[in-house]
Design a protein around this ligand. Structure first.
Ligand code: ADP
Length: 267
């Protein structure tokens, strides 16, 4: 089967659609606004991935899911983590569908397995068929089965890079709660400069500077995102990191209009 074309892969950060300070706190107004922006951008060949924020992360952390299955008592944690992600995904789907977007939810834990935390088998026939029929697949960070670990946590960031590479997307748009990539975390270093343009070399230098992600976020915050994005950038996919909490930024970025943020390109 020939690969369907994908124009853009959009990531909506968990930091945007949930309040990370409060467990299970969805920002329904933000979810609605972003759904409207997606509808207005009117793109065909778009895949949307959203993060877990205060839904997935606290549960995944509580049960140490990322490290894999070590004791039976974690299994209920796997169920809880996956379940709360389906609840958040339901809210996102609700907003998209009632704004007239022909979006269809695809559950990562039901169609893919990782090996040592990396996507290995992805039964993507339905996703490809949806794409070729003009549907908009919506995926999310999830608790997933793993051939070596038993189970683990799959980040939305790994998913976007994987999907964009696999389907030769032209662009990735990453919506977060800050204005782009900074030299250091803008929430703790208020004078840190925004990096408006990065190439592959800059990205590698930044990785060395950031070191291993230390964020309490199970999927690594911005440093974790940049690590995941490297293979996609290597493939020539253009990445735009924008502040999705600012109205119309996601819409503009989806349309390819100029918008404040960070552009990451191969060279
Ligand atoms: P999301 O959950 O929306 O995917 P994350 O919370 O995982 O996003 O990552 C975004 C967060 O990363 C920002 O809110 C910011 O506090 C943090 N961060 C750490 N280092 C940086 C940096 N150098 N540039 C921008 N943000 C950074």
């Amino acid at each position: 089967m020939s690969e369907p074309r994908v124009d853009v892969v959009l990531k909506i950060g968990g930091s945007v659609i949930t309040d990370k300070k409060n467990e299970l706190a969805a920002r329904t107004q933000e979810i609605n606004r972003i759904a409207q922006e997606i509808q207005r951008a009117d793109l065909r060949d778009l895949i949307v991935v959203h993060g877990g924020g205060s839904f997935g992360h606290p549960y995944a952390q509580r049960y140490r899911l990322k490290e894999g299955l070590k004791e039976e008592s974690q299994k209920v944690g796997f169920s809880e983590t996956h379940h709360v992600m389906t609840v958040l995904n339901g809210l996102v789907m609700d907003a998209l569908v009632w704004h007239g977007v022909q979006a269809v939810s695809i559950t990562p834990s039901s169609c893919l397995v990782t090996e040592g935390g990396r996507i290995k088998d992805f039964a993507d026939a339905p996703l490809r068929k949806y794409l070729s029929m003009g549907f908009m697949p919506v995926l999310y960070g999830d608790a997933v089965l793993d051939t070596k670990l038993g189970f683990t946590v799959l980040s939305g960031d790994q998913l976007i890079s994987y999907l964009a590479s696999k389907f030769h997307a032209k662009r990735i748009v990453v919506g977060v709660d800050v204005d782009g990539v900074y030299e250091s975390d803008p929430k703790t270093d208020h004078s840190s400069p925004l990096l408006k343009e990065l190439d592959l070399q800059d990205l590698r230098k930044l990785q060395v500077k950031f070191g291993k992600p230390t964020s309490s976020d199970v999927t690594g915050g911005m440093p974790g995102k940049l690590i995941e994005l490297v293979p996609a950038v290597e493939q020539g996919i253009l990445v735009t990191v924008v502040n999705a909490t600012k109205p119309s930024y996601v819409e503009k970025a989806l349309k390819g209009d100029t918008v404040e943020g960070t552009i990451i390109k191969k060279g």
